[in-house]
Design a protein around this ligand. Structure first.
Ligand SMILES: [Zn+2]
Length: 264
């Protein structure tokens, strides 16, 4: 099975312009909800533009070596299942995220808990897409893949969506809220494949600030970045963006990213 996938990826990269690869598409699949609460979540996901816009942007921008299903429902996830080439997102995860935003009175920021949940979910979907692309095309990853996936998620949101920076801020805030779960660090927090939630929060804010240092100067202040760190964020965002574009170039359709410096 693995060999077939590898061969498929190689053939696809050889004939990337041909329609054979272009036919592989991503799609959202909604499984039967297991409860009334999950039914509400399913309805919110289906009626929002967020999920469809992610699916559309994946199809518009990437050649996929095989079809990619984004499956909502089930117990497992969020994760990318490389055996099935599926991204799995349980309704219960979405509900949990929404509850966090509600409990934190997130709407006081001007973004409703439902919208913040959809924002964070978009980040999660692009994060899982990163794992899918790494697997499908055997992309090199030097460093923690989880950090790399967070980087691609933020880069794609910022580059592909008009309000991508705002979407990313909601995603960062979710990491901040999740970090509050920890009363005391355990060994497992340090050997986990993911960076600490609080680090993911600062990294995401750093990218957003780095992508628009003038407009998002307030984020640097909010995060209390030193001047040196703030300057590095600008460099880091540019490097992450360029690195991912370089890696993914053979698999892009018409993806065009402004290479000019972003100082909005
Ligand atoms: Zn991951």
């Amino acid at each position: 099975m693995y060999l077939i996938r590898v061969m498929s990826a190689i053939i696809c990269s050889l004939f990337i312009i041909t329609s054979a690869c272009a036919e592989n598409r991503a799609r959202a699949v909604y499984e039967k909800p297991g409860s009334a609460i999950e039914a509400v979540i399913k309805k919110e996901l289906k009626t929002s533009d967020s999920i469809e816009s992610v699916v559309t942007l994946i199809n518009e921008n990437f050649h996929l070596s095989e079809p990619l299903d984004i499956v909502f429902g089930g117990e497992e996830g969020p994760l990318y299942d490389s055996e099935e080439n599926k991204i799995l997102i349980p309704y219960s995860f979405v509900q949990e995220v929404k509850q966090r935003f509600i409990a934190a009175n997130y709407s006081e920021t001007g973004v409703s808990a439902t919208d913040a949940t959809l924002d964070a979910l978009m980040h999660t979907l692009f994060h899982e897409l990163a794992h899918a692309l790494v697997f499908m095309y055997e992309l090199p990853v030097v460093g923690k893949e989880e950090d790399a996936a967070d980087g691609l998620a933020t880069v794609l949101l910022i580059d592909l969506f008009e309000d991508g920076q705002e979407i990313s801020i909601s995603a960062a805030d979710l990491f901040d809220l999740e970090s509050e779960d920890i009363e005391e660090f355990a060994e497992g927090d340090f050997w986990d494949e993911h960076s600490l939630d609080i680090q993911r929060y600062y990294s995401t804010l750093c990218y957003v600030y780095g992508s628009g240092p003038n407009k998002y100067a307030y984020l640097s202040k909010q995060a209390d970045f030193s001047q040196e760190r703030a300057e590095l964020c600008i460099e880091e965002y540019e490097n992450r963006s360029k690195s991912w574009i370089l890696l993914l170039k053979p698999y892009f359709k018409n993806y065009e990213v402004s290479q000019t410096s972003r100082c909005n």
